[in-house]
Design a protein around this ligand. Structure first.
Ligand SMILES: NC(=O)c1ccc[n+]([C@@H]2O[C@H](COP(=O)([O-])OP(=O)(O)OC[C@H]3O[C@@H](n4cnc5c(N)ncnc54)[C@H](OP(=O)(O)O)[C@@H]3O)[C@@H](O)[C@H]2O)c1
Length: 277
């Protein structure tokens, strides 16, 4: 069965629209500011999608765009200004940033209460301590879609391929919160197929097309494909969908799987940040 991220995200957006209407009645106008440096083609598409999503639910969207030549200090100063702007509730820095910019340091500049990507060490630390905070959007979206489809996580063996700060690591923590047993694999892991085949829930966040093949998946497993790869002008995930989908119980497609859920969670985080204020 397909886990339809597109439909689930639309449902969440409808609920957010109502919440935003209520906020507006209290004269709170949720606003997201996105910082972009340079003109990465994929970033342009991601930002346009975020803008459309914001506008569809009534969130004010502002893009602050700089040329590649901006310095670390100039970028941090610009973020600091938005930290202090009472009318801004969420701040997001689109990666990748140019090589001369220290990305982690830039994320740290964002006020944790406006960090709608959940990338600051403050919010990551809160997550480690089981405290509510602005959660990283892709991991949050994955847990949400599993819940929307009533897929149990407690006691399940979850195998996550990929250990990035934005997907694999925070997702492992969220699954632990759901009482799952979690294994994380990465490029130095040995014998990946034999471990992935033990997964009740298998997540791939690698970024390589056809990385997950049928022989790596247990029958009736739930498969979450986070990958976004461009192959001959088509967007595909990490999973060999054609051969894996017939043997698993649930699977997220690419596109219309994890991607729209991530965007819905950004919107939700902006609403949470607006309410917290
Ligand atoms: N749908 C969405 O909303 C969404 C959101 C974020 C990302 N993505 C997509 O998800 C993918 C991963 O993103 P990311 O930012 O997490 O990427 P990343 O930072 O490049 O991390 C990739 C991870 O995959 C691991 N890996 C690479 N080759 C491997 C191999 N042969 N065997 C096992 N593990 C391997 C790496 O291991 P090492 O740590 O050892 O290098 C790393 O942990 C990308 O395609 C990205 O575009 C999608």
């Amino acid at each position: 069965m397909i886990l339809n991220g597109y439909e689930t995200a639309n449902k969440i957006k409808e609920e957010l629209k109502k919440e935003i209407e209520c906020l507006k009645q209290k004269e709170i106008y949720p606003k997201l500011v996105v910082f972009q440096v340079g003109d990465n083609e994929a970033s342009n598409i991601y930002i346009r999608n975020k803008q459309k999503a914001c506008e569809s639910v009534g969130i004010i969207f502002e893009l602050v765009h700089y040329k590649e030549s901006i310095t670390q200090q100039e970028l941090e100063n610009a973020i600091e200004k938005k930290n202090q702007d009472e009318l801004v509730h969420g701040i997001l820095v689109q990666s990748p940033l140019p090589k001369h910019i220290n990305e982690l340091q830039v994320f740290e500049t964002i006020l944790p209460s406006k960090d709608v990507d959940g990338f600051t060490s403050y919010n990551i630390g809160k997550l480690w301590c089981h405290e509510t905070c602005l959660l990283s959007c892709t991991p949050k979206g994955i847990i949400r879609i599993l819940k929307e489809y009533n897929i149990p996580m407690e006691g399940k063996h979850v195998v996550i391929i990929g250990r990035s700060n934005i997907v694999g690591k925070p997702l492992a923590l969220l699954f632990l919160e759901e009482n799952a047993t979690v294994t994380i694999l990465h490029s130095k892991s040995k014998d990946i197929a034999s471990i992935s085949k033990q997964a009740d829930i298998l997540v791939s966040a690698v970024g390589k097309p056809n990385f997950v093949t049928k022989d790596m998946v247990k029958e009736k497993a739930v498969v979450i494909d986070v990958g976004i790869n461009r192959v001959e002008n088509k967007v595909v995930g990490d999973v060999d969908f054609e051969h894996v989908s017939p043997i698993c119980s649930y699977i997220t497609p690419v596109p219309k799987g994890v991607g729209p859920m991530t965007i819905a969670m950004i919107l939700e985080n902006v609403v949470i940040a607006s309410k917290n204020k």
